[in-house]
Design a protein around this ligand. Structure first.
Ligand code: BTN
Length: 243
């Protein structure tokens, strides 16, 4: 394994949440920079916006990666969201799965979600002192009780050996997390779901048709609506399927 991520691996059969477990290890000073925490099953998997992350035992990748960056200013913390998203997309591409990122953090194949990430940063003054990259990637599960969900198996009609593919995802993190801020922004923008296409959205003023143009350096979404350019933070806009 080349690079810091994966220098230590902890594999649990069951845990509440790998992100919580990793956070405790960090606060107790009990893990290395770059530690990878894996679980077969989570009893309280955490998703974005307080949602639960559900995953059948042993079917999917449930992973948290601990990172202690050197001198990353708080204003650049969004680079981890971009880097982790691109790492997952590049990993999937190696298996012939073309994925995109539905802003800000959902990894989509066509119109279905294949992976999600939950990045939790600890800040000390102006710097990010530690970050936990939580990744939930649907691999071999086919029976999801939710609409709009896919997995590698569903996409390729094949099963995957988790033990052999996980190091390939870690390797991608070892590359993308250390790439330069502006390059990551550009690459992330090139992978944005619905970029440059008229599509339906909803904001506080109601439904409208807009076109995603890209993101700002703080991670907010840039969208054109008629002849205006609008900017949105998370929770300020919803992607709609129809008007
Ligand atoms: C999302 O809502 O899309 C984010 C999902 C993140 C889930 C992963 S699974 C491993 C890690 N541990 C957690 O409790 N959550 C993340």
């Amino acid at each position: 394994m080349k690079g810091i991520f994966g220098s230590q691996t902890i594999h649990l059969s069951e845990v509440d949440s790998t992100n919580n477990y990793a956070a405790k290890l960090v606060s107790d000073g009990l893990c290395q920079n770059g530690a990878v925490i894996l679980a077969d099953f989570q009893t309280k998997g955490k998703g974005q916006r307080g949602n639960h992350w559900l995953s059948k035992k042993g079917k999917n990748i449930l992973m948290s990666v601990v990172h202690h960056p050197d001198d990353l200013p708080v204003c650049e913390q969004i680079k981890f969201n971009w880097g982790v998203s691109l790492a997952i997309i590049s990993f999937l591409q190696d298996f012939g799965i073309e994925a995109q990122v539905k802003w800000p953090n959902d990894i989509f194949v066509h119109n279905n979600k294949i992976a999600g990430l939950l990045i939790e940063n600890q800040l000390t003054g102006y710097f990010v002192s530690s970050s936990i990259f939580g990744i939930g990637l649907n691999v071999n599960q086919i029976d999801h009780n939710l609409k709009g969900v896919t997995s590698m198996r569903k996409e390729k009609n094949a099963t995957f050996c988790l033990k052999s593919i996980i190091p390939r995802l870690v390797e991608k993190l070892n590359y993308f997390i250390f790439c330069e801020f502006n390059w990551l922004k550009e690459q992330y923008e090139s992978k944005l779901y619905r970029k440059d296409k008229d599509a339906p959205f909803e904001d506080a003023d109601g439904l409208f048709v807009g076109k995603i143009l890209g993101v700002n350096k703080d991670g907010s979404l840039k969208l054109s609506r008629g002849n205006k350019i609008k900017e949105y933070g998370t929770k300020e806009i919803t992607f709609r399927i129809d008007l």
